[in-house]
Design a protein around this ligand. Structure first.
Ligand SMILES: *Cc1c(COP(=O)(O)O)cnc(C)c1O
Length: 382
């Protein structure tokens, strides 16, 4: 059976985890957390990187930092993971969804402006599949209306928009190190990037249960106490040690995934040219990280048969997301502004193929062959 995902392991994790254990400082902000923070601040060229327990929690921190209150409105795509919305709903916000673009499945930047009201506080672009949103247009709208931008870059580590790493363009950026993402900590983990320096100190306080503990450790206050809202958002150091085993190999991991991605792309091109499926497109000026390889088939029925067919042939493929505005909680907490032209129809066509670090060329070729076989059978049966 070819798995859909296998968590990334480089082989370096074990020795770093042991080193962390032996250091006897395994809670948050230990030696490995500091190494990771420095790496992000150097490689992403960002002002402040803070490891968190998950991307969900990094997004929750963002909502607290922006002082989101009851009735505020947050603009985002409906084609995303629940945490993008939940983080703001937890603070009483109403979610305003706008349609996605057909080519990238990212928020359609041209639909944002008409969704803005006097209650709008922030825009949350989601870089789907690690492919960048049109950040210049989004930042221009945000600046003109005085709105904040929180990038949901959960899938976007190592991708760039016009040379800038994702997550470093908006006021805040959130990343995930869940086992399904390109780089992982010990199963769950995340990162908040603070680009707007006004938020730096408060972000550290919120992450440390609302205390000024990190200022205390830097000798900036002589005792630490409760100063603000907050929760426990620190990643433990053993988890950071696991992640450190991967950041050292970030380029190798990225290249390995990109080569599988290109192999799929070239191997399935003929099926796109003959109209059986659509493939992802990468806008000009953007680089991506091969977080996923997806194809879009004719409709939901073809999708169901293809997933079944691949499963019978020992290949696991999956689909996602059920658009949030049509879910039970979505009906309660959100509205869809404008027409849902692509979100629902395009999400029903989408299938994700096996993609992980270490996926072999033979396995990719096998999946490609089976997809060709499926469409050949389909023609024969008609
Ligand atoms: C994975 C993911 C998240 C959540 O990340 P966790 O680290 O699991 O909390 C949020 N948004 C998007 C777009 C994701 O893909």
């Amino acid at each position: 059976m070819i798995s859909f995902n296998e968590p990334c392991i480089t082989g370096k994790e074990e020795s770093f985890i042991l080193a962390s254990m032996l250091s006897k400082k395994i809670s948050g902000d230990g030696e490995f957390t500091k190494k990771c923070h420095n790496w992000f601040e150097r490689v992403l060229k960002c002002n402040k990187a803070l490891l968190t327990t998950s991307c969900t929690h990094a997004l929750e921190m963002a909502a607290i930092l922006l002082d989101i209150e009851e009735g505020d409105e947050i603009i985002m795509p409906s084609f995303t993971f629940v945490s993008t919305a939940n983080a703001f709903v937890l603070r009483g916000a109403k979610i305003v969804f706008v349609d996605v673009r057909k080519d990238t499945m990212n928020i359609d930047e041209s639909k944002i402006e008409s969704a803005i009201t006097n209650k709008t506080k922030a825009i949350v672009p989601v870089h789907y599949a690690g492919v960048p949103c049109e950040m210049d247009a989004i930042m221009e709208i945000a600046n003109r209306y005085g709105l904040f931008v929180v990038e949901d870059a959960a899938q976007g580590m190592m991708s760039t928009y016009k040379g800038k790493p994702l997550g470093t363009i908006g006021h805040l950026g959130a990343f995930s190190f869940h086992e399904t993402k390109n780089y992982t900590s010990a199963g769950e983990g995340g990162l908040l990037i603070v680009n707007d320096e006004r938020f730096t100190i408060r972000a550290e306080i919120i992450r440390e249960k609302g205390t000024d503990r990190s200022l205390f450790f830097r000798g900036m206050v002589d005792k630490y106490s409760w100063v603000d809202l907050g929760s426990s958002y620190l990643m433990n150091d053993i988890s950071a040690a696991y992640l450190w085993g991967q950041l050292n190999h970030a380029q190798t991991i990225n290249e390995d995934r990109l080569s599988s991605w290109s192999r799929y792309f070239n191997g399935l091109k003929l099926l796109e040219d003959t109209g059986f499926l659509d493939m992802p497109s990468i806008p000009e000026g953007c680089s991506h990280n091969a977080h996923m390889f997806y194809i879009k088939v004719k409709d939901i029925n073809v999708r169901t048969s293809l997933i079944d067919y691949l499963k019978k042939n020992e290949v696991l493929s999956v689909f996602h997301y059920v658009p949030l505005h049509s879910s039970t909680a979505g009906v309660r907490f959100s509205r869809f502004e404008g027409k849902d032209e692509f979100t629902t129809t395009q999400s029903e066509r989408l299938i994700r193929l096996p993609m992980y670090y270490g996926l072999t060329k033979d396995d990719v070729d096998y999946v490609i062959r089976k997809i060709h076989d499926f469409f050949t059978c389909e023609i024969t049966n008609e």
